[in-house]
Design a protein around this ligand. Structure first.
Ligand code: SAM
Length: 469
């Protein structure tokens, strides 16, 4: 079967590199080391995109700074998932008028998922005239060209035309953490949940070739990274577009076989495509974390259907239970939406009972936010804001109790953790299941896998004591 996934031709990538090198020498010839500030909204995919943006900017000669004040370039990488995040972006981009006034040479770029929505990018272009460049996620790889247009030709740069998107391999990356790395294995999504804007702004599913993903992981391990998280909107459908007969479970298994001491994670999974095979692979590879983020969104079959999720409560619970039968210690986390159009009290109670049944370690709870252009935004939604807030608070209460109970059950257990930093005078670490542990120890332990005995617990985190290596 022929590969359907579009890729950016080598020659086009080379051209961007040449422009980047030109810009670097242009800055050098002016005796300036410019600095850039990149601000990221939203999910891990956006974080990973920002790491690529920083990588490209470094190649263009930029250093990095941690705020917009005095920066030669500000890049705002936006999120379109909820109305609230979008409003914050407009507010914060608006405020940049003042920083630009104080630093007139400053250039401002806005990119990310919001810029994949034509009416939003048009509003940004027409009403925020201090913005110099706008590009959607499909045109990130052309950042040197966008900068060239603005800096050298003194024009504005707009790259927001609809596109299927194509994979750009080998973009430079500046990672924000020396221990933990994001690795995008695919881009876009095919699922069209009725509430979700993502497939409209990030395009259809495109998978990277397994050999490219594996080479990136091998390189990260060789450079001392201890945690790799494979990223995709729906990692479980990885490879379907490649026609190579390699699925996500195969890819995980190959990476988990790489030599070196590291832990392998992944997100996000769609229950529709999650397979028993994936659980089997997780159970049989020590390096794969026993943690599964499996968004259920609602416990009501009626609402799941209206959301176009393509699974029901029974299938979801079957997956959860299969995972637990192989790995009793598996940690489940999930996303849930409260107040989807037409959600009744009974539907909501189904959601509560699902949470009680699965007993997640942690839950990301969202109040439904209508996204223009999605089918759900046109559905009748008689439930009041107050009622939705009440349901939201109730879910938090239920989940907080469960999280605390689950965390208390860790007390007395000895768990292997990766020490990843400091919080005040204590070290912080993550268990295999992704739970946060704080404990006393020397800074030299950061970056090591250790055994800690859990001595105390709260709703959000654990307290431990170092045991032995
Ligand atoms: N990149 C992520 C992924 O791979 O799943 C998607 C990010 S999104 C922040 C994660 C969660 O946001 C979804 O699982 C869903 O619960 C929630 N979400 C998506 N669209 C939403 C909407 N219109 N209103 C409220 N919550 C929404």
């Amino acid at each position: 079967m022929e590969r359907k996934t579009p890729v950016i031709p080598e020659a086009d990538l080379r051209r961007q590199e040449e422009i980047a090198d030109y810009l670097k020498s242009w800055w050098q010839s002016r005796g300036i080391t410019p600095v850039a500030y990149v601000e990221t909204y939203g999910c891990q995919q956006n974080e990973a995109d920002s790491e690529r943006i920083r990588g490209i900017l470094e190649r263009c000669g930029y250093g990095l700074t941690d705020g917009p004040e005095g920066a030669d370039l500000v890049v705002i990488n936006t999120c379109a998932i909820r109305e609230h995040a979008a409003q914050r972006v407009f507010g914060n981009v608006g405020a940049l008028v003042h920083t630009k006034r104080r630093h007139p040479g400053q250039k401002i770029f806005v990119c990310g998922c919001m810029m994949g929505q034509p009416e939003i990018s048009a509003r940004m272009k027409n009403s925020y005239t201090h913005v110099d460049g706008i590009f959607s996620p499909h045109y990130l790889w052309q950042l040197p060209e966008h900068l060239y247009k603005v800096l050298i030709r003194h024009r504005k740069a707009f790259a927001v035309e609809p596109s299927d998107g194509a994979i750009a391999e080998g973009l430079p990356v500046v990672r924000m953490n020396d221990l933990k790395a994001w690795v995008s294995i695919m881009y876009g999504g095919n699922n069209f949940c009725t509430y979700c804007i993502v497939p409209y702004v990030r395009g259809r599913e495109r998978s990277r070739l397994p050999e490219d993903v594996i080479a990136e992981c091998r390189d990260l391990i060789a450079r001392g990274y201890k945690e790799i998280t494979l990223l995709g909107q729906n990692v479980n459908s990885y490879g379907k577009d490649l026609g190579l007969g390699v699925d996500f479970a195969d890819l995980m298994a190959e990476i988990a076989e790489l030599p070196g001491e590291f832990v392998l994670r992944f997100m996000t999974s769609h229950p529709r495509d999650a397979s028993h095979k994936l659980f089997d692979v997780m159970a049989s590879h020590e390096k794969i974390a026993k943690q599964f983020h499996l968004p259920f969104q609602s416990g009501s079959d009626r609402i799941l259907k209206a959301m176009n999720r393509h699974y029901d409560r029974e299938k979801y619970l079957e997956l959860v239970n299969y995972g637990r039968s192989l790995m009793p210690e598996i940690v489940y986390t999930s996303d849930v939406i409260v107040g989807f159009p037409g959600e009744t009290e009974e539907d909501f109670e189904d959601t509560v009972s699902l949470i009680e049944e699965v007993r997640y370690d942690a839950l990301f709870t969202f109040i439904y936010s209508p996204r223009p252009g999605t089918p759900a935004a046109k559905m009748p939604d008689p439930t009041t804001k107050e009622e939705k807030s009440r349901r939201f608070d109730r879910l938090l209460q239920v989940q907080n109790r469960i999280s605390e109970e689950k965390h208390r059950a860790y007390v007395g257990k000895t768990l292997r953790v990766l020490v990843d930093g400091k919080d005040g005078d204590r070290l912080t670490a993550r268990t295999d299941g992704g739970r946060l542990v704080r404990f006393e120890g020397d800074d030299s332990l950061i970056g090591q896998f250790l055994n800690v005995t859990i001595t105390d617990a709260t709703t959000w985190s654990l307290v431990g004591e170092m045991k032995y290596r």
